[in-house]
Design a protein around this ligand. Structure first.
Ligand SMILES: [Zn+2]
Length: 433
């Protein structure tokens, strides 16, 4: 005779069954790779990269292909007024805010196949896996494609996610023009992605973005997954040293006001400021204009850039103070004028502790070698983090090279990152028994 189960016991058994299915669930790495390769054909370059500038005809083609895949996966597609695309899979409880994952599919002029595209394809692969395994999440799940992350055709960078997060106004973004005078609004209309949904103003249960690291750290450590805890803050400075142009022959060494000599000491000092702040600090002099820039003239003026990055505001403040002191000391010693102006600043980003833990736990569950990492580059997730609990997953890319046609990543690493994404999404969205 069959034992009679109470409905509570049946519910418990069902819940266990769901948990076991969930524990075993893995994405299809081959399908993920194939989708990346198929998408990379649109705007493919001779050297194996991709050129698909934001809101170009090719971007339109890429969007159309991915939206077709969304619909084939049963997702409901909406487009907002800045052209961000959201593809929704219903959850058991429609009153819950969606758990969202995505990235961008626009590329650099000579970009690679993986930057951004991986985050969107991984998020789509999560939806396909949920469909295949018939897993039902409690919260809805959405895949997002953010408009114009790269910012090469239209500035500012991370435009779609920036407007979504309220970093800048919609009207301002729509009015931005490319070098030919074409506005974002016109470009959106041309390719058919000037949507009518309101930009932002709704909450996410969580946002996850998978991305190639774009740096060499994971590869160097032999790790498969980076648990991204936040992103470096950034400050850019214009530094002008003013001395005096004078003849290289008649002017004795002790009577010179050599601005380039000052610049040399500042480059060395800027490097030292970063070295003194290891492992967090980064500082770079990447641009310089020398005047008169003539073989036999003591240089009278140098204009240079300083790029400083640190994961904490206090760190950036300390670096800025050190830079100003350095410029003063160098200028006094050589008899120069020194002017330091901060021209751009982004505050450091700290991702949500719950999302970071979900990513770390998922990596642990699969036994992937992983470590905490801070993003050195900006991502859509950095803006989304202002309005939603956010986490990121990094996977290694070959030689740490990105924004380059030779950008490359291993299928097994991409699959691992996608498995981590799947389980982080499940942890946040919850399972319907
Ligand atoms: Zn990117």
């Amino acid at each position: 005779m069959q034992p009679r189960h109470s409905s509570g016991r049946i519910a418990l058994l069902l819940h266990r069954a769901v948990q076991i299915t969930m524990l075993k669930t893995q994405v299809n790495g081959d399908r993920l790779w194939q989708s990346l390769m198929d998408l990379a054909r649109i705007g493919a370059t001779d050297k194996g990269g991709v050129r698909r500038l934001a809101l170009s005809d090719l971007d339109g083609e890429g969007r159309a292909l991915v939206c077709r895949w969304f619909r084939e996966a049963g997702l409901k597609v909406t487009v907002d007024r800045i052209g961000n695309i959201f593809a929704k899979r219903d959850g058991a409880d429609p009153s819950l805010p969606p758990v969202v994952s995505g990235s961008h599919i626009d590329t650099q002029p000579s970009g690679g196949k993986f930057d951004g595209n991986y985050g969107v394809m991984a998020a789509l692969e999560v939806a396909r896996t949920l469909n295949e395994t018939k897993l039902r999440t409690r919260a809805p799940y959405e895949v997002a494609i953010w408009t114009n992350e790269e910012g090469t055709r239209f500035t500012p960078v991370m435009m779609g996610s920036g407007v979504f997060a309220g970093a800048f106004e919609l009207e301002y973004a729509l009015a931005q023009q490319d070098l030919d005078g074409c506005s974002v609004q016109d470009a959106l209309q041309r390719i058919g992605y000037a949507g009518d949904a309101q930009v932002g103003g709704r909450s996410f249960g969580a946002y996850y973005e998978a991305h190639i690291e774009q740096g060499p750290v994971l590869e160097d450590m032999g790790h498969t997954v980076g648990v991204v805890t936040g992103a470096l803050g950034l400050r850019w400075y214009d530094l002008v040293l003013t001395g005096q142009d004078s003849h290289a022959g008649p002017t004795p060494m002790r009577l010179r006001k050599d601005a380039l000599l000052g610049a040399a000491r500042i480059i060395e000092g800027v490097n030292r400021i970063a070295l003194d702040g290891q492992p967090d600090a980064r500082a770079t002099v990447g641009f310089m204009q020398v005047s008169s820039n003539s073989l036999n003239v003591v240089p009278g003026t140098v204009r240079m850039s300083v790029d400083m990055r640190h994961p904490r505001d206090e760190g950036l403040d300390a670096m800025e103070a050190a830079l100003r002191a350095l410029a003063d000391n160098v200028a006094t010693a050589i008899g120069l004028g020194a002017q330091v102006t901060c021209v751009t600043r982004y505050a450091p980003v700290r991702f949500d502790a719950g999302c970071v833990t979900a990513v770390r736990e998922a990596a642990r569950k699969f036994g992937y070698r992983h470590s905490d990492i801070v993003s050195g580059a900006g991502h859509d997730a950095c803006y989304v983090a202002r309005v939603a609990p956010t986490g990121m997953i990094f996977v290694p890319c070959e030689g740490g090279i990105s924004h380059n046609e030779i950008e490359n990543a291993k299928p097994e690493d991409l699959e691992a990152g996608c498995n981590v994404l799947l389980h982080a999404v499940l942890a946040s969205a919850g399972m319907a028994a």
